[in-house]
Write a protein that binds this ligand. Structure first.
Ligand code: ZN
Length: 248
């Protein structure tokens, strides 16, 4: 059976209004920076929703969580400016603690979708095998859950009126079904990622750029372009009781 004939996979490049959910400052840039920049260039309005403050992302024990959170806030604002984003919504959770507050996180995700009315959302794929970071798994699950709730007026009624469920583009997916040509925005993706200076200390800054370049070249080859970025794109219909969704 070809599932796409019954439930077509939407074209992510047709997105007009996007919320890009990120567990920490820098994840959207790493997973989707080229595509988000390309969408912004075509007039798509993109809100960065950053779930946690990134306050433990350092190996430097001379840094405090408060000062790191302030640095990362500025780095994120700079990166969004480089990629042409509309702005940043700080969701207010503490780094590594998303799993302590799953319902509160879902509540905030539903509220954001109901107030911003995106036709597409981005987030990490929570079903990535070997994904050990709890914030990535928890946020991916929360956004996926929200897609099943936002169109039901009786679900989370205190978060606002029901809206049409947006489609979803998971980045960092083991089973991507969509590759976007990011040849024109790949350099901008790297610049935006490197704006997170606290996260990319030499020689890791060079290593990560080399890795992302090889990855983008390989994905680009699969669709006959210079650079690519891959996603698992689904609708909310695929996200419940659908045993074929992971293959589509
Ligand atoms: Zn992260």
């Amino acid at each position: 059976m070809d599932l796409s004939q019954i439930l077509p996979i939407p074209d992510v490049m047709q997105a007009k209004r996007v919320i890009a959910f990120s567990p920490h400052p820098d994840d959207n840039e790493m997973g989707a920076g080229g595509t988000l920049a390309k969408l912004a260039q075509t007039g798509t309005e993109i809100l960065w929703a950053v779930a946690s403050d990134g306050s433990v992302g350092t190996e430097d024990n001379a840094t405090s969580t408060n000062s790191l959170a302030a640095v990362r806030r500025q780095e994120q604002e700079d990166a969004v400016r480089l990629l042409g984003g509309y702005g940043v919504e700080w969701m207010g959770f503490t780094d590594t603690h998303l799993r302590d507050n799953p319902q509160s996180l879902e509540f905030k995700v539903v509220k954001l979708i109901r107030s911003y009315h995106p036709d597409f959302v981005f987030c990490p794929d929570p079903w990535l095998p070997y994904e050990a970071h709890p914030d990535h798994r928890t946020l991916g699950h929360a956004v996926s859950t929200a897609l099943l709730m936002v169109n039901f007026p009786l679900a989370y009624p205190e978060t606002g009126a029901a809206v049409t469920a947006p489609s979803i583009a998971y980045y960092g997916s083991a089973w991507p079904n969509t590759t976007v040509d990011i040849s024109d925005t790949f350099q901008r993706k790297l610049e935006a990622l490197m704006a997170h200076k606290s996260q990319f200390i030499p020689p890791f800054d060079q290593q990560i750029q080399m890795y992302l370049t090889l990855q983008a070249v390989s994905l680009g080859e699969s669709i006959g372009v210079a650079r690519g970025e891959a996603f698992k794109v689904l609708t909310h219909h695929h996200l419940h009781f659908n045993v074929d969704a992971w293959k589509s």
